[in-house]
Design a protein around this ligand. Structure first.
Ligand code: AMP
Ligand code: ZN
Length: 469
């Protein structure tokens, strides 16, 4: 299996540090708003990488943080007159709902920056002790960038070019730096901001240190894969490498993976440019499986332009698979014979070729576009060969193979079972009973069960009404 490594700019054979195991860290979102579909790209892409690694038999320890302390979160909190904690908790919960809709599995661990401050203070202290950091008069701690001789190795930038570029970027307060290239590890609090005590000043950590610390704590000093969007290569990932390698004396991550941008009119979709759609907005128009299919229809490193036409094409593409699965299920329910015929047995033996094609595509730096083509070929085969005269075992085997390959990409291709009216009525009755008995948690639970199945309840004077969303 080959992975394109940003560090070497080559596709390299993947060899994990420990046989059969993969440690993987993906930089997660800053939680101050609903996530946009640009943020969804790394989520879907690296969830697919994880699923494929598991399909290959690896035990994957997948860590992805939420940045829950940041200027943007604090600003939003001030605007709303609530605490930063309230903002981050709210948007973590919303983000998890979107992830569920996109069938992005929860990470093995989702650490929160605010819960890891002790580790950050420890790493900063270690960097100070080794001379890789220094404290300015106001208590700000900076990383001494030039002391790390390999700085720039990930982004392939030259220190002197960087120096020329960064001189003009100095902002007020940064004149305490020894060198314009130095970056913040810890900064003093400002009035009204959340802060933590530290040996240097009351304040909060810089953004880069959080990932170095969480990666070390949950995955160890040296990990297999570190990933994120390509805008993170510089400075975020470059700085993470500097901090971690200077502190731990080991290679931080062996493979660096970066997804390309999701663009709109060929410009990066971002909150600051205001040219974004939230995942929630898309979910009003499409099943989020369509969004997932759209993201996987391009190679993860290529730029991907968002458009209504491409979303429609993705909807049709996904439907082709879903319809084939539905049709096979329908035929299977009416099949005249149960057992495979000798010829069907022979035919099923040839299905391995589709799986091989799928694996070959995915082994080549996760070429999901070609993997989807392999699924389409299998669908075509199933549509041509599965019919009223086929045995149940044959039809089921075809359906299972399509579902198995789709599942590796995290695509749900089975129509959701609709809840029967009688089942809904029964649950509503039970909810009324629970409310009468003042068991409100059970009543809420029932409302949520129904909501998940797309059933909306309305309490009216005439009783409870319900409708399908
Ligand atoms: P942020 O919340 O801005 O730190 O972003 C969270 C993740 O989303 C990072 O891995 C970013 O690189 C990624 N990201 C943000 N915008 C885009 C975009 N337009 N296309 C692809 N990835 C993006
Ligand atoms: Zn990070």
């Amino acid at each position: 299996m080959k992975i394109y490594n940003t560090l070497t700019r080559k596709k390299e054979e993947f060899v994990p540090l420990k046989e059969g195991k993969v440690s993987m860290y993906v930089c997660g979102p800053t939680v101050y708003n609903l996530i946009h579909i640009g943020n969804a790209r790394p989520m879907i892409v690296f969830d697919t990488v994880r699923r494929y690694l598991e399909h290959k038999g690896y035990d994957v320890n997948f860590v992805s943080n939420f940045t829950d302390v940041d200027d943007k979160i604090i600003k939003k909190a001030m605007e709303e007159g609530v605490t930063a904690d309230e903002i981050s908790k709210r948007y973590i919960a919303e983000c998890k709902k979107d992830m569920k809709g996109m069938n992005v599995r929860p990470a093995t661990t989702h650490p929160l920056a605010t819960q890891e401050i002790d580790g950050m203070i420890e790493m900063i202290a270690a960097l100070l002790a080794k001379g890789y950091a220094y404290t300015a008069k106001d208590g700000t701690v900076y990383f001494r960038t030039r002391k790390f001789k390999e700085y720039g190795k990930l982004s392939h930038k030259n220190l002197d070019d960087l120096q020329a570029g960064s001189r003009s970027l100095l902002v007020s307060g940064e004149d305490q730096k020894e060198d314009p290239l130095d970056f913040v590890l810890w900064k003093p609090k400002k009035e009204g901001e959340p802060y933590w005590k530290s040996p240097w000043c009351d304040g909060r950590p810089g953004w880069h240190i959080e990932c170095s610390v969480m990666s070390k704590k949950y995955l160890g000093d040296e990990i297999d894969i570190h990933a994120g969007g390509e805008d993170l290569i510089f400075p975020h990932h470059e700085n993470e490498i500097a901090q971690s390698e200077c502190c731990n004396g080991k290679t931080f991550a062996r493979y660096w993976m970066h997804n390309g941008f999701l663009n709109i009119d060929n410009r990066k979709m971002s909150k600051s440019l205001g040219n974004f759609f939230t995942v929630r907005e898309i979910s009003e128009k499409y099943d989020l499986q369509v969004l997932r299919f759209f993201m996987l229809s391009a190679h993860y490193r290529s730029p991907l332009n968002f458009s209504a036409e491409l979303m429609e094409a993705s909807k049709n593409g996904l439907e082709r698979i879903v319809n084939a699965v539905e049709n096979l299920k329908f035929l299977s329910g009416r099949a005249q014979t149960a057992e495979l015929t000798a010829q069907e047995k022979e035919e099923l033996a040839t299905l391995g070729a589709y799986e091989e094609k799928f694996d070959e595509a995915m082994d080549d730096d996760f070429n999901t576009a070609d993997a989807i083509s392999a699924i389409f070929e299998l669908v075509k085969y199933a549509n041509t060969n599965g019919n009223e005269t086929s045995s149940k075992a044959y039809l089921d085997a075809l359906r299972e193979k399509i579902m198995e390959l789709s599942d590796i990409l995290g695509l749900i291709v089975e129509k959701k079972e609709e809840m029967l009216d009688a089942e809904i009525e029964k649950l509503i009755e039970e909810r009324q009973e629970a409310r009468k008995a003042k068991d409100f948690s059970r009543a809420d639970e029932i409302r949520n069960i129904l909501l998940e199945k797309g059933i909306l309840l309305k309490d009216t004077r005439e009783g409870v009404k319900w409708e399908r969303a």
